[in-house]
Design a protein around this ligand. Structure first.
Ligand code: MG
Length: 430
């Protein structure tokens, strides 16, 4: 047997938000329910299997869901509870496994390579699954396979409350009959294009020559071709090494101008919030850093319910900053960092927002994407042009008369600041 063969388990909580709501309120069991915005003009974030039978789906406008299923019960989303249960399950997995990745609030990959494949892995995953269900009260599905892709597709196939093992060597056979939409890389547009040229199943997809796939889909075509053939080398990213995203700003001149610092903090928070959403991620932890003129550096961190919306992130970074900042000292640098990142679509986490609000967020982000993120900022994050070219906010500029105490230099990034050009205000750090 190939010694480099891996064994990967994928665990996925079943209709996670709905299950948490049912733990909080057992009267919701067995009924068609959907979690989402409360206004009736929001979207469905998650729905029960009873609701799915009527055709209700995630990301569907609530109005449409109600038309499909008149007795649908809408429950207002509560990210705080979901984050709590997500953390509970994470702790159980962290306790019993040496190497795992938290892929989203309710999804985990565990690397069991090296454990005896025929007995050890099956038994281990079964016991872990049971333990999670017993201790959290939530249902979970899982699958075992030789890579992440296969284990995820297999879990999706066996939910809810399913268990599936794809033995080594049967990867292609398992994938072949599935429609192309079951492949995680394939979104609506790609599916449309592939179906347009007669590719409907993964079997057909796996038989298309790689050159033709590149013609069809560019370099993604090659990766897709490999995946259709059951090949995926993506490693497990250990939970404690998962990405964080952040930015720092060193000012030209140290400053005690609190309102300037607040605006800078807001601008930086929005900037990395935008990047977070571009990567379809949510953050569960915020850190704010201040370096004073004497180089004393302090940080303050807090965990938060998973979020990606500016209004939540801005409020939190401001709160941390205000707790941390000693108004008697001049500030040389401030920084903001998001960590505990997991995949998650921010659109469906805006439980309080209507469809229109969500569209507004999407529009703002697409404008930022096309024209640069500096073009659109909240009033609180706005720094007038005249401050960005070494001109002073306030009357205590340098002796040359045009340099201010708080004009950001962005030296560490070697980038300009202001509306144009826009600094690349983020970086991914493993
Ligand atoms: Mg799930």
């Amino acid at each position: 047997m190939n010694s480099s063969l891996r064994t990967i388990a994928h665990f996925d909580l079943d209709s996670f938000y709905v299950s948490v709501e049912r733990l909080k309120n057992p009267a919701l069991r067995g009924r068609p329910i959907a979690v989402g915005g409360h206004s009736g003009r929001g979207v469905v974030a998650s729905c029960s299997y009873e609701a799915r039978r009527f055709g209700v789906r995630s990301a569907m406008p609530v109005g449409q869901a109600r038309r499909l299923c008149p007795e649908l019960l809408m429950v207002k989303g509560d990210m705080e509870s979901y984050s709590k249960y997500s953390g509970l399950v994470t702790d159980i997995i962290a306790d019993g496994t040496p190497l795992f990745e938290k892929a989203s609030v309710d999804e985990f990959y565990i690397d069991l390579s090296g454990m005896d494949r025929f007995y050890g892995c099956s038994l281990f995953t079964r016991e872990l699954g049971r333990k999670i269900e017993k201790e959290s009260g939530l249902d979970i599905s899982y699958a075992l396979a030789t890579n992440k892709l296969l284990s995820k597709v297999a879990t999706n196939e066996c939910k809810p409350h399913g268990r599936l093992e794809i033995p080594p060597g049967s990867e292609k056979e398992f994938l072949a009959p599935l429609p192309i939409e079951k492949m995680p890389m394939i979104g609506n547009k790609t599916a449309e294009r592939l179906r347009g040229v007669g590719i409907g199943t993964i079997r057909v997809l796996s038989q298309i020559p790689p050159e033709r796939m590149i013609e069809l889909l560019g370099k993604n075509g090659l990766e897709l071709s490999r995946r259709a053939n059951g090949i995926d080398d993506t490693p497990i990213i250990p939970y404690h090494e998962q990405k964080s995203i952040g930015t720092e700003n060193t000012f030209h001149t140290d400053t005690v101008d609190v309102s300037f610092l607040h605006r800078e903090l807001a601008r930086m928070t929005e900037s990395i919030g935008f990047e977070l959403r571009q990567h379809d991620m949510l953050t569960g932890c915020l850190t704010v850093k201040i370096r004073y003129s004497d180089f004393q550096t302090l940080t303050k961190q807090c965990t938060i319910p998973y979020a990606a919306s500016d209004h939540l992130l801005l409020a939190k970074s401001r709160e941390l900053f205000d707790k941390l900042y000693d108004r008697h000292l001049a500030v040389r640098l401030i920084g903001v960092r998001f960590s505990h990142l997991v995949s998650g679509n921010y659109q469906i986490h805006l439980f309080d927002d209507t469809e229109e609000d969500i569209r507004l967020y999407q529009s703002i982000d697409s404008i930022k994407k096309e024209f640069g993120e500096g073009l659109l900022v909240r009033a609180s994050g706005f720094v007038p042009d005249r401050w960005t070219k070494r001109s002073a906010p306030g009357g205590n500029g340098d002796s040359d008369g045009n340099a201010g105490p708080a004009a950001p230099a962005d030296k560490e990034r070697g980038a300009g600041f202001g509306r144009n050009p826009v600094p690349k205000a983020f970086r991914f750090i493993k």
